[in-house]
Design a protein around this ligand. Structure first.
Ligand SMILES: Nc1ncnc2c1ncn2[C@@H]1O[C@H](COP(=O)(O)OP(=O)(O)OP(=O)(O)O)[C@@H](O)[C@H]1O
Ligand SMILES: [Mg+2]
Length: 291
């Protein structure tokens, strides 16, 4: 994590092997082997993005944010442009078209195979998660990026009993966001909900607010650090106008003002020239119960 996080784009030729697809997930996902930009072989998980470019954008931005704020995520991540005929052989019931398919590819985490992972959120595991040093930073990232799909299956318990996080495909309120929907969808962080960090009216508990508040200081610093890659990827995967709207939306809410997570904070960490406009986040939102 000491290197600046960069997502490289690789050609179909860098995709050496696609293994048997995993079953039981919403997306097509398979273990795969790639040769990275330095010619190094890497074992990875490959996720072609049938949900579209905005799902891929969410994956990229969340991964960049996690690395920059020192929240454990797969060490390397790439976009691989895969030959649709190869994908067709592995996922014959999907229709892959005739263009190269952008795939989200993340380095395999040191964890048991998916079929032998323990996924239930037992009370012990809930307590472990809350003790995980990166928990509050991760929650700050997910609230900030409006991750609509933060659940226990996207937390990976590693061989060394620490945690890592994956899956940003539903950031910005869902992979079908547009500039018109940004900030308008009430998002409940499903995992925080399962950990009882919200009360019965979907308001965050007081202690959670205090913890999230200190984690939020990293968000505005990270926004500066990631401005170029965020604009680069958002422009490439949407268009100039949508990218500018997304960046402006993020810049306007670095402190999550006027949300239940917000408390008055030290103005010295604010963004110079930052807009005072803000949008509600996870307010009372019975309609947004965990999916
Ligand atoms: N880098 C990785 N290292 C280890 N396991 C991974 C990695 N990436 C994905 N997986 C495994 O593949 C599964 C599916 O990946 P992912 O969560 O990205 O897809 P999904 O379709 O969004 O799944 P869901 O809808 O259940 O969240 C994960 O739950 C995890 O078990
Ligand atoms: Mg997932």
């Amino acid at each position: 994590m000491s290197r600046r996080p960069v997502v490289h784009v690789l050609a179909n030729a860098n995709l050496s092997v696609i293994r048997t697809p995993l079953s039981g997930y919403r997306s097509p996902v398979a273990l795969a082997e790639i040769v990275d930009e330095d010619g190094q072989p890497r074992r990875c998980y490959l996720k072609p993005c049938p949900l579209g470019n905005r799902a891929l954008l969410g994956e990229i931005i969340r991964w960049l944010w996690c690395h920059t704020m020192d929240v454990r995520a797969p060490e390397g991540a790439w976009v691989v442009l895969a030959d649709p005929q190869r994908l067709q052989r592995h996922w014959p019931t999907h229709s892959w078209g005739s263009e190269l398919v952008p795939c989200w590819v993340t380095q395999e985490l040191d964890a048991p195979a998916p079929e032998s992972r323990r996924l239930a959120l037992t009370p012990d595991r809930a307590a472990e998660l809350l003790r995980w040093p990166a928990w509050w930073r991760m929650l700050a990232i997910d609230l900030f990026l409006e991750n609509a799909d933060a659940h226990i299956r996207n937390m990976i318990l590693l061989d060394d009993d620490s945690w890592a996080t994956i899956d940003g495909s539903e950031c910005f309120g869902g992979s079908d966001w547009t500039s018109a929907t940004l900030g308008k969808r009430p998002i409940i962080h499903k995992l925080a909900h399962q950990l009882r960090l919200y009360d019965h009216r979907f308001r965050p508990q007081e202690t959670a607010i205090t913890n999230i508040q200190s984690a939020l200081t990293g968000i505005s610093v990270t926004l500066y650090a990631l401005k170029d890659p965020v604009l680069h990827w958002a422009t490439g995967l949407t268009d100039t106008k949508e990218a500018a709207a997304l960046y402006a939306h993020l810049a306007a809410r670095t402190h999550l003002e006027n949300t239940p997570w917000h408390q008055p904070i030290n103005p010295s960490i604010g963004l110079p020239g930052k807009s005072t406009h803000s949008t509600p986040l996870a307010a009372d939102a019975p309609g947004s119960s965990p999916r």
